[in-house]
Design a protein around this ligand. Structure first.
Ligand code: ATP
Ligand code: MG
Length: 453
């Protein structure tokens, strides 16, 4: 918090004492406003977000205790320091029970108040930093990406979110289908109701009906009470059928019935109930292909495939890799309260030339590993490969070692080329090569591993 942004309110009916407090606050480098009693204070608090309130207890119209009581109902309230005369110290102790941060006797303001103010503002600063951090790490992650494919995807999402049609999301594993489903929900008219998620691949045939439609008490051995199914919970809202391509044939048949009629039948119930639910389904399979392979029901496919959204694989929007890396490095360093790391341009290039079969999830996991494990501030190509176990760094051909490289990288490339050259000359014999290079054998082994020769 910047000193000149801090706002302090003094509530005291004694005009001379208000001036004493104003001076103390001014000496600390802060600005203040004055209120003449409790009513005036509450009015000023409703207009401005104050960080701190210095509060007298006995004032005309409304005393300090009542102010504290009223503040409890408000959302964002200032820290409160009760400043009062000896006679009411007992009350002041009581006031701290009502949420006051501290109390200072009038006679002691010169010595004690500055420290108390600093502590209260420190507490406030820490609290607001924590709130900010929590908001950043808790909130549903954003669907990032400035590349053409991602911009198009966001446009499609905005367009289809407002319709109530069924949506089928297809895309490779880890490409962001669940995030897309959430984005659709957040932008839809039904965003006040929850998004109810069902992982279809985890639904055995025996449980599918009870999970999706619920059961009544006594319907089967373990049905000790009535249970609502996911469709009933999602009524008037949205259901997200994740991994729909992995649904068993039995479950597919039951799902089709609901989509056709809107009626669900609880296990053990005699009457169906009608539900109104928007369906979003996702799969990493090519469902049309699964239909021709007779793994997925054709009629169900057509029910789901009203609007199809395809999430691009990461290799098809590599331009977004630098931005995604920065985002994940920031996220994981903040979450773990460690300094943030950077990737060199070469390291980013290396990441952009990879095919990413695990898509954004694979990239996220790598960035999390680096954010937590690395002790360097800047991660170069060589360190990148230390944390990335898919392959060793690609050697730039000797004649292409360009002026773009840092001295460190140029040295490593040169070393790698030279060691490879000697190894070739010695027909791969490590002992001989080590002798030629004047290195001991174990050190040469280590170099070969480190440089990915
Ligand atoms: N565009 C994006 N911007 C930021 N983070 C993303 C993006 N896409 C995906 N992620 C993150 O990558 C991870 C994987 O995404 P998600 O779970 O949505 O993938 P998925 O396609 O559902 O994968 P699967 O097929 O394995 O279920 C999540 O942590 C998600 O937050
Ligand atoms: Mg998923």
């Amino acid at each position: 918090m910047n000193n000149h942004l801090i706002k302090i309110l003094i509530a005291d009916d004694d005009v001379n004492f208000r001036l004493v407090l104003t001076d103390i606050i001014k000496d600390l480098g802060y600005k203040s406003q004055q209120a003449v009693d409790g009513v005036d204070a509450l009015e000023k608090l409703s207009i401005t977000d104050f960080d701190l309130l210095l509060l007298d207890l006995t004032m005309p119209r409304m005393g300090g205790m009542d102010v504290l009581e009223r503040l409890k109902e408000k959302k964002r309230t200032p820290e409160v320091i009760v400043v009062t005369s000896h006679a009411t110290i007992r009350n002041a102790v009581e006031a701290t029970k009502f949420g006051a941060f501290d109390f200072v006797a009038r006679e002691e303001v010169e010595e004690r108040l500055p420290v108390s103010i600093r502590n209260a503002l420190n507490k406030r600063r820490l609290e607001s930093e924590n709130i900010k951090l929590k908001q950043e790490t808790d909130s549903t992650p954003e669907l990032l990406g400035e590349s053409q494919p991602m911009q198009r995807l966001r446009q499609e999402i905005r367009k289809v979110a407002l319709l109530n049609s069924t949506i089928l999301i297809e895309g490779a594993s880890g490409s962001g289908k669940e995030l897309v489903a959430r984005e659709i929900h957040v932008n839809s008219r039904l965003n006040e109701s929850p998004l109810v998620t069902v992982n279809c691949s985890a639904l055995p045939d025996t449980l599918v009906e009870s999970e999706l439609f619920g059961h009544v008490k006594g319907a089967f051995t373990n049905a000790t009470s009535n249970k609502k199914g996911k469709f009933e919970i999602a009524n008037d809202g949205t259901i997200f059928l994740d991994e729909i391509g992995d649904m068993s044939p039995g479950a597919q048949a039951k799902l089709l019935r609901v989509l056709e009629t809107g009626d669900i039948q609880k296990v053990g119930a005699t009457q169906p109930i009608n539900v109104s639910v928007r369906v979003i389904a996702a799969t990493n399979k090519n469902l049309a292909q699964e239909v021709s392979n007779r793994i997925f029901r054709e009629d169900l496919y057509h029910r789901l495939n009203v609007i199809k959204i395809i999430v691009p694989a990461l290799k098809d929007h590599q331009e977004d890799i630098p931005l995604l890396c920065r985002y994940f490095l920031k996220k994981y360093s903040r979450q773990n309260l460690i300094p943030q790391k950077m990737l060199t341009r070469e390291a980013l290039k290396e990441l952009q030339s990879y095919s990413w079969p695990g898509n954004i999830r694979e990239l996220r996991n790598l960035m999390e590993r680096i954010a937590i494990m690395s002790t360097s501030e800047t991660i170069d190509v060589w360190e990148l490969h230390q944390w990335w176990n898919h392959a060793t760094p690609k050697l730039i051909p000797y004649e292409d070692i360009s002026s773009d490289l840092t001295l460190e990288d140029a040295r490593r490339h040169f070393e790698a080329h030279y060691i490879r050259h000697i190894l070739n000359k010695c027909s791969g014999n490590i002992t001989k090569s080590a002798q030629r290079l004047s290195l001991n054998r174990s050190y040469l082994h280590e170099k070969i591993r480190e440089l990915g020769i």
